[in-house]
Design a protein around this ligand. Sequence first.
Ligand code: AMP
Length: 214
Amino acid sequence: MRIVLLGPQGAGKGTQAQRISRETGAKHISTGDLVRAEIKSGSGLGQKIRDYNDRGDLVPDEIIVEMMRPYLDEADSWILDGFPRNESQAEALDKMLEEIDAELDTAVALEAPDDLLVERLSGRRTSESTGRIYHAVYDPPPEDTDEDPGPFVQREDDKVEAIRHRLRIYHEQTEPLKDYYADRGILVTVDATRNITEVTGDILEAVGEVEEKA
Ligand code: AMP
């Protein structure tokens, strides 16, 4: 099973990718996590890409493609979260898959209106010690430090201005990929305004359906 998960920031790509990975055993590959890990490591590359990340801009295609390339061949079954983000990356992915004689099964597009996404993202808090994600209002971090010691931080790119900027980029550059995969007959869309469990169910069903047809 090889899946691309498309969707705007805040639609729940990361959460859903983790859940699908747990349910199916497919490896979760998140370019956003790779980018943040590289920045945290303090490497030269990390320093080079920090500003793009903090502003909410896309890291240049050549860098991101090289960062994720080694992971494609690591497992037969994976779910890509946050890649590709534009047509040139989608073409690079096709080429890399051809090189390892693999094919994409499904592109799942999560859909939700911008206002809901801004509300979700601006409240997002991440535990620096456990990596768990909370929401300041809907799923607040625990006060008991045994459960999660925190600290609970807001990502630089989750500030409202950066969120709006990222959504603009999504609509301009990433959303057209829905047509790219629809033309190939492998696109399924999922309503991401529903609750987490329902969305996971919809994705699993969609992926199963496509596999049955194949
Ligand atoms: P995410 O967690 O997926 O929202 O990614 C966080 C940041 O990492 C993005 O705002 C970009 O700066 C960078 N990034 C992640 N994936 C990509 C990609 N496929 N292309 C370019 N930049 C990316």
